[in-house]
Design a binder for this molecule. Structure first.
Ligand SMILES: Cc1cc2nc3c(=O)[nH]c(=O)nc-3n(C[C@H](O)[C@H](O)[C@H](O)COP(=O)(O)O)c2cc1C
Length: 518
């Protein structure tokens, strides 16, 4: 046994390693939970490790520029570069197979529109107000024209970190767009200067009693105390999980979140699937009118689209009664979420183009397109997708995940775990400490400005001054065959109703224009 005493340091390391490996092998063989580890002791662990890091390996090394979902590398890089004001151009030409089904072709004019010397865009190409005043046709006390057509979609404090919400609100204040609270209620982080849209889900967070019933007095108090709240959005459903209430895992609930939402600590917070304040469409309209009368604010609905019967009934009721939502947000089935079962995220609800076109056609048939502002969300925060949406009849676009990426989200898809490495969708103090709200608010601001500018540049290339002027004939979609593209009007079988547009000056000088710091 003399060799033991004379063993060099590296020899001891090998002995230790062998001992550890034998211990791991014995553990693997005797445990009963994992068949793979029992059958392949020690090396079986590599399988679990690869499963864990597989998404990152594919994202950074294996996948090509255009194949990842929800957002491919080209789209993410454009957002990252735009938000950092870096070079977001592309060299050599497109690397996209332009014959892929669904690919968008925007049709430029032969001669680009020439702007007069004193045109407002020459000085500021970053302000593009919404084409309609929301709430005016229904005589709300506080009608509202959002200062920007690009706005931040609902994402709650709780689902997102305080740092992320602060960055969004400060960035939105600089840009002039509104910031939708998401269903988690109005928090101090939503009070940094931006216009706010209060998203009201089935759990009525912050507006509820102990049993979860809606309390109108709380809504009145909140909106009176916070004039930055400019609209109310009644969330009927969300593209990623229609018919399934929101889920906030217990791991993400802090005392502060519990207090804002008026929920207990230590348990998953699951919003009910259905609203308790109304049970059919006439009752829903009464509820909308009651909220509008009590607060003076425009009230809209947000929903994903599936069956069309109730949309038809809603439009018929609106014509008959003269009342109804001031705006309708259509969320695509491909939309994002903090947490949802994959079956819902993948399969329940129509993709945005089909859902929106189906609903728009109904409202157009009933002559309601001037009474209602249409808002779209579902991967529309990129220039070409946004133009297509405007051409189809959208007045405003809400962006959620694109906005998250502008403040550092790396598409790790861990929003449901509290382990978001970018500090965006987590309540971990450590992880969100890496997200500096001041710096990231600037990043959102840059992204939103760049997107707006590019939307404007494409509009001008097509002979327009505002994207609301796009028609269904200005955009073609590839049908998946070399020789076949179809205008939107043919692909979705409708014409967009023209939007009354009297020039950019009349929008910018509108008395109801929002975006003034609060
Ligand atoms: C983390 C996260 C949280 C969300 N929370 C809400 C919410 O509370 N209320 C809501 O109406 N939509 C919520 N959504 C959906 C978004 O508002 C949006 O409708 C959807 O993600 C589509 O937009 P996008 O493709 O730009 O992400 C959430 C989305 C994400 C990614």
């Amino acid at each position: 046994m003399d060799w033991i005493t004379t063993l060099p340091a590296w020899g001891w390391m090998i002995v230790m390693l062998v001992v550890v490996l034998i211990a791991v092998a014995v553990y693997d063989i005797t445990q009963k939970k994992h068949t793979i580890l029992h059958n392949f002791p020690v090396i079986g662990h590599f399988r679990y490790w690869l499963e864990t890091v597989g998404p990152e390996l594919r994202q950074y090394i294996v996948a090509n520029n255009r194949e990842e979902l929800p957002f491919n590398r080209r789209q993410r890089s454009w957002i990252y570069a735009s938000s950092k004001r870096e070079n977001n151009f592309q060299g050599f030409g497109t690397d996209q197979d332009v014959n892929t089904a669904g690919f968008i072709f925007i049709k430029p004019a032969l001669l680009t529109k020439r702007l007069p010397k004193n045109h407002p865009y020459r000085e500021n190409p970053y302000v593009l107000p919404a084409p309609k005043v929301i709430g005016l046709t229904h005589n709300r006390k506080r009608p509202y024209r959002p200062k920007q057509v690009i706005n931040i979609s609902g994402m709650s404090f709780g689902s997102l970190s305080a740092s992320a919400i602060t960055a969004f609100n400060e960035g939105a204040a600089k840009f002039g767009c509104y910031h939708n609270t998401g269903e988690g209620g109005f928090s101090p982080y939503h009070d940094k200067g931006a216009d706010v849209v209060l998203n009201i889900g089935t759990a009525y967070f912050g507006l509820r009693d102990d049993e979860g019933n809606f309390v109108m007095e709380k809504l009145i108090k909140l909106t009176q105390k916070n004039p930055s709240i400019r609209m109310l959005e009644l969330k009927l459903s969300q593209g990623a999980k229609p018919g399934k209430g929101g889920v906030l895992p217990a791991a993400k609930i802090t005392q502060e979140i519990a207090d804002i939402r008026h929920v207990p600590m230590g348990r998953d917070v699951i919003s009910p699937a259905a609203h308790s304040a109304f049970s059919d469409l006439p009752e829903m309209l009464e509820f909308i009118e009651a909220m509008a009368a009590a607060t003076g604010l425009p009230v809209g609905i947000k929903a994903a689209v599936g069956k069309l019967e109730m949309w038809e009934e809603l439009a018929t009721l609106m014509v008959k009664t003269g009342v109804g939502p001031d705006f309708i947000t259509i969320d695509g089935g491909e939309g994002g979420t903090g947490a949802a079962p994959p079956s819902f995220a993948d399969h329940v609800a129509l993709p945005w183009v089909y859902g929106f076109s189906s609903v728009y056609k109904i409202f157009k048939k009933h002559g309601l397109t001037d009474r209602v502002t249409f808002i779209g969300s579902g991967k529309l925060g990129l220039p070409a997708q946004a133009i297509m949406a405007f051409a189809m009849g959208v007045d405003i676009i809400n962006v959620a995940r694109e906005a998250m990426m502008s403040i550092g989200c790396i598409q790790a898809q861990l929003c449901h775990t509290n382990h978001c490495p970018a500090g965006v969708a987590t309540q971990s103090k450590w992880l969100q400490a890496g997200l500096d709200p001041t710096l990231k608010s600037e990043r959102f601001y840059n992204y939103a400005k760049t997107l707006t500018k590019e939307i404007l540049e494409i509009s001008i290339a097509c002979g327009y001054e505002h994207p609301c002027q796009f028609t269904m004939h200005d955009v073609d979609v590839a049908m998946g065959d070399n020789n076949h593209t179809r205008p939107l009007s043919v692909a979705y079988e409708y014409e967009k109703a023209p939007v009354l547009y009297e020039g950019i000056d009349s929008l910018v000088n509108c008395q109801y224009l929002g975006g003034k710091k609060h």
